[in-house]
Write a protein that binds this ligand. Structure first.
Ligand code: FMN
Length: 367
């Protein structure tokens, strides 16, 4: 039952249901002295807000964050930071059509089996709204990382069959189009593909790519808390994520060792570098100083308007039609969720790494 907390030294505990009074998170273990205001967090929440395009849900939520604790005179105090986002668009829907049936692709059946009943209003804890707490917590981690020279950036790599081209890669484009793709041509193609999905009353999946730069070598705790293991766990815990790759990922299984190995080299400044980055910046579960590259694969949005075959709570086979308008894709709103989960995980492991060497501990306590 204790599945709502993530992190070891830096922890987040998300809480709330999509149709309750609000959702939020408690972040503990953030060092004192980090400059933090609501705007720092709001900027991230605005990126996952619904109602921003034809391809995302029209639920009109302000998703305004309130800092309830842990910040004084604009700085973190080292005590738990509690963040609240009130639910403001809880229209009194008629849930009778879904309260007794198991929507295909959703968590209705498994919640009922596990707990004996479920919050059927909008999916409860399995709703995409749960990710608000993650994004708010990750925004704090991103600020902490920025103060240590580390940046985390995510974007849509593919939507259905449409993939970005690395030759046309332009990060600015990702904030200009509705599908968060850093390639204007691919974004246009993806948008018309999604128009087709809307017309067909169907949905599609996609891949979010995330890059962490500036992470020094040695971050990650062998053996069970390796950086790649922690990142994979963090990203797989997001609803609808069905696969995570680091570096070449599944493609590495097709490569030969002489190609897959990244040759080391000496950089101009005397530091050790690599000529390629098939490893995605991780060796032996620790960062190797190159950019960390990870990808999260999202399945198609489960809610579609087409009639589907299912079973009700009484065990009878029935046909169901999920009412309302449904997003044909989750990816554009999930980009910031992938980014902030990676930021939080990296920040937690950076804090853990600070006590890996006695020399570091001595520096703190020397008189
Ligand atoms: C940001 C975000 C938004 C989501 N929005 C929707 C949605 O609008 N409709 C839907 O059917 N599923 C949505 N989902 C996915 C479901 O929450 C998820 O597929 C479902 O709980 C079943 O879990 P699973 O896919 O991990 O097995 C969203 C997920 C995320 C991360």
């Amino acid at each position: 039952m204790a599945g709502s907390t993530w992190g070891t030294l830096l922890t987040m505990t998300t809480w709330g249901e999509s149709h309750g009074k609000g959702v939020g998170v408690v972040v503990d273990g953030c060092p004192a002295g980090l400059a933090l205001c609501e705007e720092d967090i709001q900027t991230y929440l605005n990126r996952r807000k619904p109602g921003q395009s034809r391809f995302t849900t029209m639920r009109q939520e302000r998703d305004q964050v309130e800092i309830l604790s842990g910040v004084f005179e604009g700085k973190t105090t080292g005590t738990p930071i509690s963040l609240l986002v009130r639910n403001t668009d809880q229209r009194s829907h008629d849930y009778s059509s879904i309260m007794d049936i198991y929507r295909p692709g959703h968590a209705d059946y498994t919640f009922d089996e596990k707990y004996g009943f479920r919050d059927y209003r909008g999916g409860g804890r399995s709703s995409g709204r749960e990710t608000i707490g993650r994004v708010a917590a990750g925004a704090i981690a991103a600020k902490l990382l920025a103060s240590l020279g580390v940046t985390v950036t995510a974007y849509a790599r593919s939507i259905g069959p449409v993939e970005i081209s690395m030759e046309r890669f332009d990060l600015e484009a990702a904030s200009e189009n509705k599908v968060c793709m850093p390639d204007r041509e691919a974004a246009k193609e993806a948008e018309s593909y999604l128009e087709q999905m809307l017309e067909d009353q169907d949905s599609v999946g996609g891949v979010v790519e995330c890059v962490i730069t500036g992470l020094p070598a040695g971050i990650g705790e062998p053996v069970f808390e390796k950086l790649d293991a922690r990142l994979a766990h963090a990203e797989m815990s997001i609803g609808a994520v069905k696969g995570v790759e680091i570096g070449d990922g599944f493609e590495a299984a097709k490569a030969v060792g002489s190609v897959n190995n990244d040759d080391f080299c000496r950089n101009a400044d005397g530091t050790i570098g690599k000529r390629t980055n098939h490893s995605g910046g991780i060796l032996g579960g620790m960062s190797d100083g190159s950019p960390i590259v990870l990808r999260a694969a999202f399945k198609p949005t489960p809610s579609i308007s087409r009639p589907q075959q299912t079973v009700n709570r009484a065990g009878e086979e029935v046909e169901t039609v999920i009412k309302g308008r449904h997003d044909p894709i989750i990816v554009p709103r999930a980009v910031v969720v992938v980014e902030t989960m990676a930021a939080f995980t990296a920040a937690d492991l950076m804090l853990q790494n600070a006590v890996a060497k006695l020399d570091n501990v001595r520096k703190v306590y020397e008189r």
